[in-house]
Design a protein around this ligand. Sequence first.
Ligand SMILES: Cc1cc2nc3c(=O)[nH]c(=O)nc-3n(C[C@H](O)[C@H](O)[C@H](O)COP(=O)(O)OP(=O)(O)OC[C@H]3O[C@@H](n4cnc5c(N)ncnc54)[C@H](O)[C@@H]3O)c2cc1C
Length: 441
Amino acid sequence: MPRSAPTTRKSDLSEPVIIVGGGFSGAMLAARLAEGGRASVLIDRTGDFGPGVAYSTPFAGHLLNVRAGRMSAIEGRPDDFVDWLKAHAPDHADPQGFAPRTLYGRYVRDRLAGVETVHPGLIRRVAGEVAAVTEDGVRLTDGEAIKGAVVVLATGNPPPRTAGRDDRVLADPWAPGALDRIGDADDILIIGSGLTMVDVVQALDARGWRGRVSTLSLRGLLPRTHGAPPDVHADLPETATAGPLSRRLKAARTLARDAGWRAVMDGYRPITARLWVEATTTQRARLMHHLRPWWDVHRHRIAPEMGRMLDRLSAEDRLTLKAGRLESVEAGDGKPLARWRPWRQAAAEPLTADWIIDCTGPGHDAAAHPLTGPLIAQGRARLDPLGLGLDLDADGRVLDAQGRADGRLWTLGPPARAAYWETIAVPDIRKRIEAMAAIID
Ligand SMILES: Cc1cc2nc3c(=O)[nH]c(=O)nc-3n(C[C@H](O)[C@H](O)[C@H](O)COP(=O)(O)OP(=O)(O)OC[C@H]3O[C@@H](n4cnc5c(N)ncnc54)[C@H](O)[C@@H]3O)c2cc1C
């Protein structure tokens, strides 16, 4: 698939930027654009602007998985979140701590409202569902057409894939009240063992649930915990950032023996997107195939409090990790029945629980997504060579079927993952917002 140089049209400054999705990414882009004097229309189906999925949780026990000192919403103003905490929730103002996610949601809402006060009339909030991206803007499900010079898809992660069909299979653990039907002594099978699994178990544990949980994931790995502060970033030698992947891995492992694996992972963090952009399709495919499970658990770490909770459940014999692949889910004898194939084993085994919860994470099938699927079918967008998502240029513009970008369609946050890979956490997204605001301005 050839990539040609972007043929960006200078965006019409008299028309607003349309931002689909008012979570952290969309809301903070709108704020940044307004600070530059650019008008936007910020659309979210929830009618709540700022917190998005991650920071809308009602549970005070759901903590950020990044230290407060790194969670500023604004590139170049590293203390912004901690300063906000000092003013609004001083008990959580430790820059090395992991503040509740609900507080972060309030912070983002406050930042958006603050910018709206200083730059009135530049952000139009629309509570509605975008049904389609049109040639000159978007169309909402109620038929309203909104015109704009540029459309930015900041729609977050697509909903999880459904593990199976049964009343006791919870396909979307984020749906309001999803966990309410689980009894305090019920046993649970969780498909997936990443951050969503940790959230679900934490919410149940905080409620006094006493059952047992098995998790099923391909490798049976758990997210690692953050270490004691301060975080140290190792200086990576060139052998760890360039050349054959096997040599990079060897260099990283050698360095980890001296500097510690967390320092090595944190050394990669600021340059991950660049390394991904520079990588060939073959290198990307190898990384996804061989390294990804290990990368994910070391890179996306959890607060030590969460790690201690998992350790306690293990010590109480209430948490079991299973490594293998889910084959099917059927309605069992009053309980759902999962068939799974243990890692490197040919025969499937049965597993029952009172509830099965799908924590496998987002579907990421851009071709099946209601907004991007039609764009691909019309040739206005295409999948990246690995099928990770929409194919983008290095700045985040969507490439059409011929590999051209006219600069009218952009993605921000998780939908941009094919271009940058790591574009899901605040420190990555705020950098992208800054870069996009400079181009779209
Ligand atoms: C449980 C959880 C915890 C996390 N914790 C952290 C953390 O501690 N630190 C960190 O840095 N990152 C964390 N993250 C990563 C997090 O995804 C990002 O920090 C950030 O919140 C992503 O925001 P977003 O706006 O891109 O996506 P989202 O928050 O998903 O927002 C997307 C918005 O788009 C709206 N939308 C989607 N489609 C449409 C449509 N068709 N029409 C209208 N509206 C639409 C949705 O309603 C939603 O509000 C966490 C993620 C999760 C899921």
